[in-house]
Write a protein that binds this ligand. Structure first.
Ligand code: ADP
Length: 483
């Protein structure tokens, strides 16, 4: 099967969150499974410096954006057998310090940037001699592609265009812009309608994708159900209910070649489930690195992630205020809203022996925090899939999660199954519910046998990408056989 994946971020070339991890791994594992995979992604700053083997193709993009023709170039890499990556080069659009924003503010020309990128994806899908059978889009940045393809089929005699699939990684981000940006698409105005891209008087890229892709997926079964409800549908639950027959929830996999404790250059000590002494050594090393009292007997709670409302940082701060009197430590790594960054840093200033906070983005530190922590906190308000709880399980770290989306699908609480319990879940979105869950964790920490049981269960859990890639291949097959 020939699949073209298009995404605004792909690990290891660019990353702000789980989207990059997911697309990078999906491409790799589809290729392992025998698919011919093409990836299309923007050429951001530093990619060229990190990949000197990158080659610029003799392919000049001249794409209309409203009344202008905008030029771009295409560069290529072949990182693995059956996997080719095409980078869309436009220095004005993509060579910037951030992917979507700087200092917490979205770039004002994100509509231009990603409409241009989407048109480049369509151009490659149409004119690469290698003909994709399925074009798999990810999130709002590429969600106009199904409509652009449909339009070229109808108006521009594209005879047998590929089928399209759209994965929603996070419904909260829809690519909404003022109506005046519609001209950038160069689509007929008839598409600026309820059935097309129009949403409350503006443009909504994700809505257009939901309405026009031939297959829809999201990143966990529970999230697939949640987004069809008004509570978590972010205004698109109606159209998602209409398209429910096309929607599948597939839990993301974990790339265990990156996220493992036995062969990991980011860790000082290797360990595995039959001998956790390396995990204890990681804990002591991290306590030292973060300037906390070095003592294996103090339970250590970790958190890594974007510091945004979705991640439950407000209830995390409330719970920590309540729990910080207990004998525990908390470490966090995150970047995001300035008010959350400063609230966490303030907590660390007030409790320097208990709380240590790093802000910004770091490649190796997440591995060390996952390995060192006894418990990992994910009190998300909503969570399409979430990766860190699955990393925690493999690292022998007990996740404490709110029962939502992929967190609910991947963590097992003792109330669900005592034999298989591997984490602690709570339901109500409140600081006191999270604090209650943390108290359960402190009790578990004193019960060494029970803690070991949870860790074993977690480390035995297998979220490998082979399974996830197979599920996507089934979706592609369905799309190809559907009329
Ligand atoms: P989301 O995609 O909503 O951000 P996920 O849990 O799906 O959340 O994925 C987050 C990914 O980004 C994980 O691989 C996590 O380790 C990583 N990550 C988040 N924040 C940081 C950070 N500040 N530094 C390094 N990695 C981070």
């Amino acid at each position: 099967m020939k699949v073209l994946l298009a995404s605004s971020e792909v690990y290891p070339y660019s990353k702000t969150g789980g989207l990059a991890d997911m697309v990078g791994a999906l491409a790799k594992y589809l290729a392992h499974a025998g698919c011919q995979v093409v990836l299309v992604t923007p050429l951001y700053s530093s990619i060229r410096a990190r990949h000197p083997e990158l080659q610029r193709l003799d392919w000049k993009l001249e794409l209309p954006l409203d009344s202008h023709l905008v030029s771009g170039r295409v560069c290529v890499l072949q990182p693995a057998h059956r996997l080719t990556v095409y980078f869309i080069e436009h220095s004005g659009f993509f060579e910037r310090p951030g992917l979507y924003q700087e200092h917490g503010r979205d770039y004002p020309d994100n509509a231009e940037r990603f409409v241009f990128f989407s048109k480049a994806v369509v151009n490659l899908a149409r004119y690469l001699p290698w003909r994709a059978q399925v074009v798999h889009l990810h999130d709002w940045q590429t969600a106009l592609v199904p409509l652009l393809i449909q339009d070229q089929k109808q108006r521009d005699k594209w005879l047998r265009p590929p089928r399209t699939c759209l994965t929603i990684h996070n419904l909260a981000y829809q690519g909404q812009f003022p109506a005046s940006t519609f001209g950038l698409t160069n689509l007929p105005w008839s598409y600026f309608s309820m059935e097309g891209v129009e949403f409350h008087g503006g443009v909504n890229c994700l809505k257009a994708g939901i309405g026009h892709a031939q297959g829809l997926t999201t990143v966990s079964p529970r999230y697939a159900r949640e987004i069809t409800t008004p509570e978590l549908g972010f205004g698109l639950d109606g159209i998602l209910r209409q398209q429910d027959h096309l929607l599948t929830g597939i839990l993301n996999g974990v790339d265990y070649t990156e996220w493992n404790t036995e062969h990991n250059p980011n860790l000082h000590n290797a360990y595995h489930k039959d001998d956790l002494s390396g995990k204890t050594a990681e804990k002591l090393a991290l306590q030292k690195e973060f300037g906390l009292p070095v003592n294996a007997q103090i339970p250590l709670f970790g958190n890594i992630g974007r510091l945004v409302h979705q991640k439950g940082i407000d209830i995390l701060l409330g719970a920590l205020e309540e729990m910080v009197a207990a004998d525990l430590q908390f470490v966090s790594l995150g970047a995001g809203l300035p008010e959350f960054e400063s609230a966490l840093l303030d907590l660390a200033r007030r409790y320097p022996h208990k709380v240590a906070v790093r802000t910004g983005y770091d490649h190796g530190l997440p591995h060390r925090i996952e390995a060192a922590s006894d418990f990992f906190l994910m009190p998300s308000h909503f969570e399409p899939c979430g990766l860190n709880q699955m990393y925690s399980l493999r690292y022998g770290t007990v996740p404490i999660v709110r029962a939502t989306g992929g967190l609910d699908d991947s963590v097992i609480d003792v109330r669900e199954n005592a034999a298989l319990a591997n984490g602690i879940k709570f339901d109500v979105y409140s600081s006191s519910a999270l604090a209650h869950a943390m108290r359960k964790a402190l009790a578990l920490f004193q019960h060494r046998d029970l803690l070991q049981h949870y860790r074993n269960n977690g480390m035995n859990q297998d979220f490998s990408w082979e399974r996830t890639a197979r599920e996507y291949m089934k979706v592609y097959e369905n799309i190809l056989t559907r009329d």
